[in-house]
Write a protein of this length. Structure first.
Length: 97
């Protein structure tokens, strides 16, 4: 929290680190540095942009043509429609080896 006289520009700031007066008076400790925001945490979810929302697991790219299991990396789980017909037996799992 800060308090400043708008005419003289004199004031103080109260923070966890202590009280800082400004302009600084002789003998005052240097002002505490402004706290830095915490670094952004990486997400545990993979970037799914460009992946067909009908599938989970391996990213199935959104393309206008038909894909085969050889075109993607790994098993997919059908969560909606199955436009590429990866799940031949209808159990919700496609491209299972």
């Amino acid at each position: 929290m800060s308090c400043v006289n708008q005419d003289t520009r004199k004031g103080y700031r109260i923070a966890r680190e202590g009280v800082t007066f400004f302009p600084r008076r002789p003998g005052d400790a240097p002002p505490a540095p402004e706290p830095r925001p915490a670094p952004e945490q990486p997400t545990t979810e993979p970037d799914r942009s460009g992946c067909d929302p009908n599938y989970e697991g391996a990213c199935v790219p959104i393309v206008p043509y038909d894909l085969d299991c050889a075109d993607i990396d790994g098993t997919v789980y059908v969560r909606g429609d199955d436009p590429h017909r990866f799940d031949g037996d209808g159990d919700g799992v496609g491209c299972e080896s």
